[in-house]
Ligand binder design. Structure first.
Ligand code: SAM
Length: 234
């Protein structure tokens, strides 16, 4: 009998060699089917709440981890201006392709196809780092938070928005629904993970979404998105 675990990815890729393979396949497929633009619309309210906590200013350097079609990079571009720059990282080639196409003509933006934290960016590169609905997909969340702390300049902020978290019971089926492993943390768990990485928690709050006229309230309107804002002490 073989002592090897069964393959846990589709196609011929093996998650023992590439732990990101399944997530890449899922989001490549979403991008192909137009869901990147659907996420831009569907995530905008919660994303905007987190993004504004960064208080970006001209000359700042901004990073969106798991940027999807790059919509927050385009929000950041006019704020940081030509003295600054805005970067999006995503592991899905199809997402990055859409982000680049939608951002054509912007001189201060850049998109990298890479699986965070597998890259070599210098320490202290960014004043603001943002992530919407991404961090729980990362196989090594604690390592990723350490890398985020390393990439922030002293006094820089990280705004993290997640809808998959312990207190949002309606989200708990998502790993089975999508067929990808996800890290489920409580609000206290997120706070502790930030602090362990050296990020002081400036704010943690649930952001309930406004109810559209005539719509039935769901978890977005009652529980809301979890926003945690960390800061690298100066
Ligand atoms: C739910 S989508 C959110 C996209 C975007 N933030 C938004 O709000 O529309 C998650 C995104 O994270 C990306 N992603 C997942 N794990 C990643 C990793 N380790 N490094 C970079 N991107 C990752 C996926 O490819 C996907 O585009």
């Amino acid at each position: 009998m073989s002592d090897q675990a069964p393959l846990a990815s589709n196609g011929d890729r093996d998650v023992r060699q590439d732990p990101h393979a399944r997530v890449r396949d899922v989001f490549d497929d979403w991008a192909t089917r137009g869901r990147a633009e659907g996420m831009e619309t569907g995530h905008a309210f919660g994303a905007r709440a987190g993004f504004e906590r960064l208080e970006l200013a001209p000359g700042d350097h901004y990073l969106d981890l798991g940027c999807g079609n790059g919509y927050t990079v385009r929000w950041a571009a006019p704020l940081v201006g030509d003295e600054g720059h805005a970067v999006g990282i995503d592991l899905s080639p199809n997402m990055v392709e859409r982000a680049r196409a939608a951002s054509a003509g912007l001189g201060n933006v850049q998109f990298d196809e890479s699986a965070f934290p597998q890259h070599c960016l210098p320490r202290g590169s960014f004043r603001g780092i943002f992530s919407m609905e991404v961090l729980y997909y990362l196989p090594d969340l604690d390592g990723a938070l350490l890398e985020i702390a390393r990439l922030l300049m002293p006094g820089g902020r990280f705004a993290c928005v997640v809808d998959y978290y312990r207190e949002n019971a309606d989200s708990h089926s998502w790993p089975d629904d999508l067929g990808v492993p996800m890290t489920l943390l409580s609000m206290a768990g997120w706070r502790a993970a930030f602090e362990t990485a050296g990020l002081a928690v400036r704010e943690q709050t649930c952001v309930p979404w406004p109810l559209e006229p005539g719509a039935e309230p769901g978890w977005k309107h009652t529980q809301g998105s979890l926003l945690t804002v960390g800061e690298l002490p100066a």
